[in-house]
Design a protein around this ligand. Structure first.
Ligand code: PBG
Ligand code: ZN
Length: 324
């Protein structure tokens, strides 16, 4: 008989044998939903504890993040329906909402590492991630718009642009555009490489008001019945020049995270614990089914154990508070 219980005798002994690196504040990327105007901090119904911020209240909130040691944020823009159009123009106009938010953050907190989401669905009248042609998203005509959006964010000072539209060739298109200007040459790319078409995005679409007005995203986001394709998507993004890679969602895709980490150890791997994962766990905890701290600690540790270096999580702030 091999005696394993010796490894579990006390908390101290268990700590000694734990071979998964604990998640630190610096490993988190905290997502924010940004709206125009001032003094706004509006709760999102489907995501308890998460708000939409105008730029001024966002700056106040980031002060709290800094106190907790979190230094990375990911920005999503949310605009009213009457500012949306077929081409998602508000996403890449020179004075777009996210560029203004980036400038404000960088001015006040130069050390905060700013990532911006690059996708059109929050800005198009039809809610799809690119330009429509014959009722489907057209790949190639969408690329220059995504590139322009990334370029505008980069000019404003974004450290990373993070294309999430799942258009083929988007990394190459962004890299070319960024490299064409001395000022944006050093802006890096975090690719949403293996992004599955997922029901777990439900609450986000409410938060960002970005649900497609017809159909779904299955012609561009990955089919969850595929696995090897995820590695091919990552490989293509690396060949196109991405700096960091991502798997999304996280908890139902730990196998993909694990394989990505094994296959590409030299590329920083990000996992996105998406809105539905957050809301599912938090709502269950609020109903008394779980202990909130424990369920999130276990879930986030599993994502780390699978091989994620960085984790995008709506729970990041609370996680750091829990561990204070
Ligand atoms: C935009 C985008 C989505 C998410 C991140 N970027 C939604 C989608 O693809 O429908 C989901 C994030 C989350 O659920 O937390 N393309
Ligand atoms: Zn999108």
């Amino acid at each position: 008989m091999k005696r394993f219980r010796q490894y579990r005798l006390t908390q101290e002994v268990r700590d000694k044998y734990a071979d998964v690196q604990p998640i630190e504040s610096h490993d988190f990327i905290y997502p924010y939903f940004v709206v125009d105007g001032s003094g706004r901090k509006e709760p999102i119904k489907t995501m308890p504890g998460i708000d939409r911020f105008s730029i001024d209240t966002l700056l106040d909130d980031i002060a709290e993040l800094i106190k907790l040691g979190i230094d990375k944020v990911l920005l999503f823009g949310v605009i009213p329906q009457n500012e949306k159009d077929e081409r998602g123009s508000a996403a890449y106009s020179p004075d777009n909402l996210i560029s203004r938010a980036v400038r404000a953050i960088k001015e006040k907190y130069p050390k905060i590492i700013v990532f911006t989401d690059i996708c059109l669905c929050e800005y198009t009248s039809h809610g799809h991630c690119g330009l429509l042609q014959n009722n489907d998203v057209d790949n190639d005509s969408t690329l220059p718009l995504l590139a322009e959006m990334a370029y505008q964010h980069a000019l404003a000072g974004a450290d990373f642009v993070a294309p999430s539209a799942m258009m083929d060739g988007q990394i190459e298109a962004l890299r070319r555009r960024l490299d064409s200007d001395e000022r944006t040459k050093s802006t890096r790319i975090l690719a949403y490489s293996a992004k599955y078409a997922s029901a777990y995005y439900g609450p986000f679409r409410d938060a960002a008001d970005s649900a497609p007005s017809f159909g779904d995203r299955k012609t561009y986001q990955m089919d969850y019945r595929t696995k090897n394709q995820a590695l091919e998507e990552i490989k293509a993004d690396i060949e196109e020049g991405t700096d960091w890679i991502m798997v999304k969602p996280a908890m139902a895709y730990l196998d993909i995270i694990y394989r990505a980490a094994q296959e590409y150890p030299e590329y920083p791997l990000v996992a996105y614990q998406v809105s539905g994962e957050y809301s599912m766990l938090l709502n269950a905890a609020l109903q008394g089914l779980f202990d909130r701290r424990r369920i999130f600690h276990e879930s986030l540790t599993a994502i780390r154990r699978a091989g994620a270096k960085y984790i995008i999580s709506y729970y990041a702030k609370q996680y750091c508070l829990d561990n204070k």
